[in-house]
Design a protein around this ligand. Structure first.
Ligand code: KIV
Length: 272
């Protein structure tokens, strides 16, 4: 499969990501929460769209993804799923919807699939293995998430790189292998040394998708507002490929100036 828009499969499936790993072809995932951004990313050939619980901090004005609710995830998953055809759609299980056990994980996973998710993502290692197995047994593909896990920001004492020492890196690798054995189809590796992510990518059979985890993961993911210079977040691992916040401000300033100068609307925008 190639990443050129207009070529490759009409619909991206998990097997295409596995094929990408097996062939050593990097692939890209972006977060998406709404119709127009999702359609722009589809047109750009982005293969995987993640309806992340980061919608809470990027769209809904919360300071932590722990505030994002299951209803939020259903609403935004539906918006993205209705808007695109080709990308694989992954949706986060919100904080509090799966930690309580496999039955809750399956119940909420089923609702996300009904809303349009094709894969559900949850955070954690050993503690969530029963949930992963139950979801897979229910026919719901699962994406894992290791390293810095934002829903645990309080117990991790803030946004910190994980697995910096040998014991920490070993633990991450053990969790990654355990998640793969439990049946995850892919896993996000967030905020960890590049060497730790490279080691996991080498030892697990499923695709790894990095964010702040170096260049050796099978795929990469960014929050779209960071990728496009909309959020203004300038973390070390982020590269802004556009300056949407600045451009949007300039557009709004130009609009305001034309309204105040009675230049807009002109005759061409008015009805006889
Ligand atoms: O919710 C999200 O945006 C995520 C990414 C950080 C991978 O989980």
């Amino acid at each position: 499969m190639t990443t050129t828009p207009g070529t490759g499969p009409a619909k991206v499936r998990l097997r295409h990501l596995q094929d990408a790993k097996d062939r050593g072809r990097p692939f890209s995932m972006l977060t998406a929460y709404d119709q127009f951004s999702a359609q722009a990313f589809e047109a750009a050939g982005i293969e995987v769209l993640l309806v992340g619980d980061s919608v809470g901090t990027t769209v809904l004005g919360h300071t932590s993804t722990t505030a994002t609710t299951h209803q939020d995830m259903l609403t935004f998953t539906g918006a993205v799923a209705r808007s695109v055809r080709r990308p694989l759609i992954v949706a986060d299980l919100a904080f509090g919807t799966y930690e309580t056990g496999p039955a809750d994980a399956v119940r909420h996973g089923v609702e996300l699939v009904r809303a349009g998710a094709e894969v559900v993502k949850l955070e954690g290692g050993q503690a969530v293995l029963p949930q992963v197995r139950a979801l897979v047994d229910a026919g719901i593909p699962v994406m894992g998430h290791l390293g810095f896990t934002p829903q645990s920001v309080n117990s991790l004492s803030g946004h910190r790189v994980q697995g910096r020492d040998a014991a920490g890196a070993d633990q991450l690798a053990e969790n990654a292998v355990a998640l793969a054995e439990a049946g995850v189809s892919a896993m996000v590796l967030e905020l960890m040394p590049a060497a730790a992510a490279a080691r996991i990518t080498e030892v697990v059979p499923v695709p790894t998708i990095g964010i702040g985890a170096g260049p050796d993961c099978d795929g990469q993911v960014l929050v779209w507002q960071d990728m496009a210079g909309m959020s203004g977040f300038e973390g070390k691992f982020v590269k802004a490929f556009a300056h949407l916040r600045r451009d949007l401000q300039h557009a709004a300033e130009a609009y305001r100036a034309e309204v105040e100068g009675r230049q807009y609307p002109g005759p061409e925008h008015s009805f006889d």
